[in-house]
Write a protein that binds this ligand. Sequence first.
Ligand SMILES: [Fe+2]
Length: 174
Amino acid sequence: MSISGDTQELNSYINNKIDIESVASFKGNEHIIKLNFSFDINLIREALDEIKEKSEFKTGPSGFHALAMTKRPGHSVDDDKDLVGRYYTRVDESYQEISKDELVDESSFSELVDVFKGTYFETIHQELSARYPIGRVRILEKSSFNCNSWHRDPEPRIHIPIVTNPGALFIGKQ
Ligand SMILES: [Fe+2]
């Protein structure tokens, strides 16, 4: 240990700017895979603006806001569990992983919620459903200066960023 060595080391971290201008340089790994197709971000944002005029996000815990895009046939959005589903996380200093919320039969969420019908989101839902077994689809928002817990989901998830900010991170790890 030496003062000049420590100062030099810290300065090397300070001088290494980690902000990037765009997430376009995103590099996946075996746990986060960039799928080989994309959607029109401008059409997504336009459709979302229109939908937000007609619907309200439901607010859950931890700065988490959700708008259900799919529901179970014969059910209303309100009685479906659109906000939550099973996930695994560690909640205290024991670092023991526990399961939270109920296991959801994702495949039963096969119907588009009315407000999304005829919008670009319907196109996205059709394109995804033609390729993958798609269950619940939700529009999610996080409050500013807020992040999700470190957690594990029971099945693979597809994420389509709509509005993001420099420095916003999506971290995936085994
Ligand atoms: Fe998740």
